[in-house]
Design a protein around this ligand. Structure first.
Ligand SMILES: C[S@@+](CC[C@H](N)C(=O)[O-])C[C@H]1O[C@@H](n2cnc3c(N)ncnc32)[C@H](O)[C@@H]1O
Length: 278
């Protein structure tokens, strides 16, 4: 039985099965889907972590995504290989590695995992140049320096002898460093076993979607995708099947929006406030 407990003008969280709910989303309306499905790897203690039906998932994404829409896919190497071999309507646009600040050991016979693979997928029949890409992220210091790689023969993009960065922006890298659960600030950490960091998801949202893009999160979990969409000023909709997890995510969203309302400082934040109060 579907039920909506959290909804404001731009963010909606529904307690529902994605595979039934996706039909409620206008076909072709989603610019970016953030897909962090069950990987089927956690112990039996975690009831929700069953195997993910990738064919079914692809069908739902094909329904909601716009012609140049993209989706982000999280998985371990095994699931990612399976996904790339299964998806027929979507193709790899690019990939990232999430470099975690802190790893959590899984066994005495394996290295401590400190990274996760992230795929960025686009439709097979869309052109990369038509899909959203806002590569300038973050802020650093402006610089002007001699380019030490200008004459590297394998380099495809010709660069000048001098590299100048006037606005201090940085180009997105394939490796994104962001906290994992152990290194998140305590106020961000939830009880969800596989919570992603808002820093990571916000970066992905800002690079692969625009302000007017609709973000969809089929497997909401702790609510990171919706919280990050809110911070980035995007409209977003998500589903979570498990009622207790869903309730926790609702609380997190409520807290986030209330805090933003209370502590307005920047223009962006005050715009958000006005939108929420409307
Ligand atoms: C890997 S976790 C997502 C974690 C999330 N990225 C975060 O940052 O918290 C997958 C979540 O999807 C939920 N889920 C599994 N199957 C679902 C379905 N058919 N519809 C909606 N949610 C589902 C699970 O209960 C679980 O909370």
């Amino acid at each position: 039985m579907e039920q909506t407990e959290y909804s404001d003008r731009r963010i909606k969280l529904v307690n529902a099965d994605w595979y039934k709910y996706y039909k409620h989303i206008t076909p072709g309306s989603c610019g970016l889907a953030i897909v962090d499905p069950n990987w089927g790897v956690l112990t039996e203690r975690v009831k929700w972590d069953t195997h993910c039906d990738l064919n079914h998932l692809e069908m739902t994404l094909d329904h909601i995504l716009s012609p140049n829409g993209q989706f982000v896919f999280f998985g371990n190497l095994r699931l990612i290989v399976e996904a790339l071999n299964t998806f027929k309507k979507f193709d790899l646009r690019t990939s990232h590695i999430w470099r975690k600040y802190t790893g959590m050991p899984i066994s005495r016979w394996q290295p401590i995992p400190t990274h996760e693979e992230i795929l960025i997928m686009k439709r097979v029949d869309s052109r990369v140049s038509d899909c959203i890409f806002n590569p300038k992220v973050g802020k650093g210091d402006p610089y002007k320096r001699v380019n030490t790689t200008f004459n590297v023969p394998t380099r495809r993009m010709k660069k000048g002898r001098i590299n100048e960065n006037k606005d201090g922006s940085r180009w997105i890298r394939s490796v994104i460093s962001a906290p994992s659960k152990p290194s998140m600030v305590a106020s961000e950490r939830t009880n969800h076993e596989t919570q992603k960091s808002t820093e990571l998801i916000q970066k992905i949202i800002s690079v692969y979607s625009d302000k007017d893009s609709l973000i969809v999160s089929p497997f909401v979990g702790s609510g990171t995708d919706l919280v990050s969409s809110f911070y980035q000023g995007r409209a977003a909709i998500g589903t979570e099947l498990d009622p207790p997890i869903y309730k926790e995510a609702c609380k997190r969203l409520q807290l986030t929006t209330v805090q933003i309302n209370l502590f307005q400082t920047t223009n962006t934040e005050s715009t958000l406030k006005q939108e929420i109060l409307l």
